[in-house]
Design a protein around this ligand. Structure first.
Ligand code: Q46
Ligand code: ZN
Ligand code: ZN
Length: 318
């Protein structure tokens, strides 16, 4: 297949756009599209200070690269969860990020080691709390959200960016739709305003790119990334939904993009889910200051981690 703009061999064929491009034309195309989405969805401007959460995977590193190329003020945050499993997940992730930054010495990276900062790694913490049954994902998600928000606030960042791509967003949308989680459907958007005091605005600049487009971008930009998924993601429903959606996409190119864009349209133009009221009132946690739905005391992050540290101390004392 040939590039639409020149006669060179195409590196990617995007059936949903009826567009095939070579390396030379694909790299600027991704940057132009990203810039267009940032503007169209009013994500941030050139004066804003952006913090990007990087995991060592292709999407977040591609996002950091493309925003850097576009000239934004963008620093990285890596949260070391202490999840190694058989694949050395956290160790390898950190190595990929270090290699990325080494090639771009002007970039600033903040690293938060969960075990050092909070007293236990995510797998150890998960064993010490009843949160989330036998999987650490619940305590992991809550902890990552808390740390990202804290670092963004303390560092004076205007916005927190994550590398979610279209496949991630569409899988979430399908899951929310199958269960008719109207509260989640009302909130799902590539731009989440700082809805309460102490919360930082969140954006997903890659939400219109397919996962394979980001993999191709990382490849042509020479970005090494971790291929392994977190060992705890095995059996996650999001993976099952992604497989189903890929089958749909193979038969109907563009189906994923249309599903998501129609969802945004129906919200923005038809006002769908606008009457879904949030029944929670948020107030600042007396311990950490982040907003919580618990009017009586500390937020669930502070309560969970206090309990984890108490149980750790009891184990040590035994
Ligand atoms: S939540 Fe669960 Fe992920 Fe945390 S423990 Fe791994 S799979 S990293 S998106
Ligand atoms: Zn070309
Ligand atoms: Zn708190």
């Amino acid at each position: 297949m040939k590039c639409r703009k020149c006669s060179q061999t195409a590196v990617i064929n995007m059936r949903q756009h009826k567009l095939a491009l070579c390396t030379e034309h694909y790299i600027p195309w991704v940057a132009e599209q990203t810039a267009r989405f940032i503007k169209k969805y009013k994500m941030f401007g050139p004066e804003d200070k952006i913090l990007v959460a990087v995991s060592g995977g292709k999407d977040s590193l591609a996002l950091w690269d493309v925003l850097d190329v576009l000239g934004y003020q963008i620093d990285g945050l890596y949260i070391d969860l202490g999840i190694d499993g058989d694949v050395g997940y956290s160790t390898q992730s950190r190595a990929m990020i270090d290699a990325f930054v080494e090639k771009r010495p002007h970039l600033k990276l903040t690293v938060v080691d969960v075990a050092e900062t909070l007293g236990a790694s995510i797998p150890v913490a998960a064993r010490l709390t009843l949160r989330g049954k036998d999987k650490p994902c619940s305590v992991c998600g809550m902890t990552r959200r808390h740390i990202m928000n804290r670092v963004a606030r303390e560092g004076g960042y205007d916005v927190l960016a994550t590398g979610h791509n279209l496949d991630d967003e569409v899988a979430t949308l399908l899951g929310n739709t199958l269960a008719w989680l109207t509260g989640y459907l009302a909130r799902q958007h590539p731009v989440l305003p700082a809805s309460a005091e102490g919360l930082v605005r969140k954006v997903k600049p890659l939400f219109r790119f397919y996962e394979r487009e980001m993999a191709a971008y990382a490849l042509v930009r020479g970005i090494d990334y971790i291929y392994a998924e977190c060992p705890y993601s095995e059996g996650a429903s999001s993976i099952y939904y992604k497989e189903m959606l890929n089958r749909l996409e193979a038969d109907r190119p563009g189906a994923k993009l249309q599903f998501f864009l129609r969802f945004l349209y129906t919200k923005e133009v038809d006002g769908a889910f606008a009457n879904v009221e949030s029944d929670v009132t948020l107030s600042p946690c007396p311990t950490c200051g982040q907003p919580t739905a618990n009017p009586e005391g500390p937020c669930s992050f502070c309560r969970t981690w206090d309990q984890i540290r108490e149980r750790l101390a009891m184990q040590v004392g035994q």
